[in-house]
Design a binder for this molecule. Structure first.
Ligand SMILES: *[C@@H]1O[C@H](CO)[C@@H](O)[C@H](O)[C@H]1NC(C)=O
Ligand SMILES: *[C@@H]1O[C@H](CO)[C@@H](O)[C@H](O)[C@H]1NC(C)=O
Ligand SMILES: *[C@@H]1O[C@H](CO)[C@@H](O)[C@H](O)[C@H]1NC(C)=O
Ligand SMILES: *[C@@H]1O[C@H](CO)[C@@H](O)[C@H](O)[C@H]1NC(C)=O
Ligand SMILES: *[C@@H]1O[C@H](CO)[C@@H](O)[C@H](O)[C@H]1NC(C)=O
Ligand SMILES: *[C@@H]1O[C@H](CO)[C@@H](O)[C@H](O)[C@H]1NC(C)=O
Ligand SMILES: *[C@@H]1O[C@H](CO)[C@@H](O)[C@H](O)[C@H]1NC(C)=O
Ligand SMILES: *[C@@H]1O[C@H](CO)[C@@H](O)[C@H](O)[C@H]1NC(C)=O
Ligand SMILES: *[C@@H]1O[C@H](CO)[C@@H](O)[C@H](O)[C@H]1NC(C)=O
Ligand SMILES: *[C@@H]1O[C@H](CO)[C@@H](O)[C@H](O)[C@H]1NC(C)=O
Ligand SMILES: *[C@@H]1O[C@H](CO)[C@@H](O)[C@H](O)[C@H]1NC(C)=O
Ligand SMILES: *[C@@H]1O[C@H](CO)[C@@H](O)[C@H](O)[C@H]1NC(C)=O
Length: 439
């Protein structure tokens, strides 16, 4: 018996090439019948199929000598070379199916891919899906699934991708999902999950993507997440996470996206985060009790930065001149902070800059006939949104406004101390939709 099991496990992983000779045999008819039965049970719980994707799913359709006609049903794949009649994939995404997910899918013991994303399926995730021993990819995202994430999924120990985002799941994230040591992608975003982020997730050593966004998760960001050394994307925005951001996140040296925006984080932004040179997107907006300064060498330590989205925190100090060296910057959103001093002219050397919003800070500047900052921004040929409102900028309305890129759409200068008239050449900004200049 154990020899047979070993053989079965081996086969799935070696579907492409035969490394050792093993007789190709039809699986016992009972197992085939069980697969067909499981599929028909799945179909039985589908209440709506507007695109008629399941019309081929009829008992006996495509019947052949091996009784494996279901292998040609739409969405069904039987790709195991050694076990030709066994279902290995079920892919019925974007079909607008309604109904619930049958627990009988657990009888498809050779299933490695279950992708029924982007449908309108409701009901619970059957705990029986955790019984699928060969499951590698489970994609149930964008449905209307309810109830809790079954802890039993932790038994499907080969899982590499687990996507449950955009459903109506409630309850906690099961701590024992950390058993899924092969997991590379875990996305449970946009549900109504609550409770803490299990610190045990820090042991998922192959994880590259962790999506926790748009839930009701509370407590803090576990320090253990700093152990996810292959992590590329961490999205935990729009939750109720509180406490300090752990220093350990600075160890995530492969990180490209770090999004902790719209939580209740407090304390100081750990300096270690500004050391993650791989980071392209750094979002901390809307943590109104989070303070910190932008390090003086930020342009050198974050050379790949594209999006610096940190509005609505309590950043203080100056905007460092080195920001001009983070040459890939596209979005700089630092409004609603407590930044002071002048805006360094080096921002004008950011050729890809599209958005610069610095409104509602304590920035200041004074000039003679024209404002050098405005002049320097004329080189940013992709700039479409510029907010400098509610600061302490004072002097004549800079004539060089008219030399801003004609991609400019939103120009907010209100609540400063500008005087003088605006040049009629402003018409050159042909895409301008908003120009606010109120005192
Ligand atoms: C039926 O099974 C045999 C092996 O037993 C295989 O050679 C054959 O291709 C199968 N036929 C179909 C239609 O799947
Ligand atoms: C059998 O399946 C094929 C596609 O595999 C489909 O075109 C056909 O309509 C089905 N026949 C019946 C009777 O369901
Ligand atoms: C699913 O149905 C909705 C309306 O009920 C429709 O807007 C959408 O395009 C459909 N999706 C697909 C993939 O057919
Ligand atoms: C098929 O799956 C159902 C639900 O998980 C289970 O109750 C039943 O025992 C399974 N049948 C077989 C033959 O394994
Ligand atoms: C599921 O199918 C969609 C559409 O083809 C695809 O984008 C997605 O990557 C698939 N999910 C998995 C886990 O393979
Ligand atoms: C995971 O925990 C749940 C309860 O939260 C339990 O039902 C399940 O059996 C556990 N699974 C494993 C593999 O430990
Ligand atoms: C989120 O959690 C809070 C308690 O922390 C609770 O009062 C609230 O109802 C929850 N909201 C949702 C949408 O679950
Ligand atoms: C994971 O991180 C925590 C806190 O940073 C640490 O105490 C623990 O030893 C680490 N565990 C492993 C397995 O590396
Ligand atoms: C940043 O990295 C440098 C060099 O890798 C290291 O010496 C320094 O301690 C780090 N700073 C922080 C705050 O982690
Ligand atoms: C930008 O980088 C250049 C070359 O590496 C360096 O000379 C310059 O001082 C840096 N500018 C700032 C403002 O850090
Ligand atoms: C614009 O860029 C050019 C060429 O890179 C440079 O010579 C010039 O000084 C820049 N102008 C401003 C206003 O920064
Ligand atoms: C606009 O730019 C042109 C070309 O660089 C320059 O000649 C002109 O003086 C600028 N106008 C203003 C008002 O700064």
């Amino acid at each position: 018996m154990s020899l047979l099991l070993l053989l079965l496990v081996g086969t799935l992983l070696n579907t492409g090439h035969t490394t050792h000779a093993a007789p190709i045999s039809s699986p016992p008819a009972s197992q085939i019948t069980m697969d067909e039965h499981a599929l028909l049970s799945f179909r039985a719980l589908i209440t709506g199929d507007p695109h008629r994707v399941l019309t081929s799913w009829t008992a006996g359709n495509g019947s052949n000598a091996n009784m494996t006609g279901f292998c040609s049903w739409r969405g069904v794949g039987c790709h195991s070379r050694r076990h030709p009649g066994r279902v290995t994939s079920l892919e019925l995404w974007s079909s607008n199916l309604t109904g619930t997910i049958s627990p009988f899918l657990s009888n498809l013991t050779f299933l490695s891919t279950l992708n029924i994303s982007h449908n309108s399926l409701s009901g619970n995730i059957p705990w029986e899906l955790g019984l699928l021993p060969r499951l590698l990819y489970l994609d149930l995202r964008h449905n209307f699934l309810q109830g809790m994430i079954p802890g039993s999924l932790a038994r499907a120990s080969k899982l590499r991708i687990l996507q449950l985002e955009y459903n109506g799941l409630v309850g906690n994230i099961p701590a024992n999902l950390s058993n899924l040591q092969e997991l590379e992608v875990l996305d449970v975003g946009s549900n109504q999950l609550s409770g803490a982020i299990p610190p045990s997730l820090g042991s998922l050593s192959k994880l590259t993507y962790l999506g926790l966004y748009l839930n009701n998760l509370s407590v803090g960001v576990p320090a253990s997440l700093g152990n996810l050394s292959l992590l590329v994307d961490l999205f935990a925005d729009t939750n109720k996470l509180s406490g300090q951001i752990p220093d350990s996140l600075g160890r995530l040296t492969k990180l490209k996206s770090l999004d902790l925006a719209y939580n209740q984080l407090s304390g100081t932004i750990p300096a270690s985060l500004f050391n993650i040179s791989s980071v392209a997107t750094f979002e901390l907006s809307g943590n109104s009790a989070l303070s910190g300064v932008l390090p003086i060498d930020i342009g050198a330590t974050l050379p790949n930065l594209q999006n610096m989205i940190m509005n609505g925190c309590q950043l203080n100090g100056r905007i460092p001149r080195s920001i001009g060296n983070a040459s890939q910057l596209r979005y700089i959103q630092l409004d609603d902070n407590e930044l002071e001093g002048t805006v360094p002219l080096e921002v004008g050397s950011l050729k890809d800059l599209e958005v610069l919003t610095l409104g509602n800070n304590k920035l200041e500047d004074k000039w003679g006939s024209d404002w050098e900052l405005m002049q320097s921004l004329s080189n940013c040929s992709k700039l479409f949104s510029l907010s400098l409102d509610s600061n302490n900028f004072q002097d004549v309305l800079p004539p060089s406004i008219v030399n801003l890129s004609n991609t400019m759409q939103n120009l907010h200068l209100a609540h400063n101390k500008f005087h003088g008239a605006i040049s009629s050449d402003i018409w050159k900004l042909s895409n301008l939709a908003i120009l606010s200049l109120r005192e």
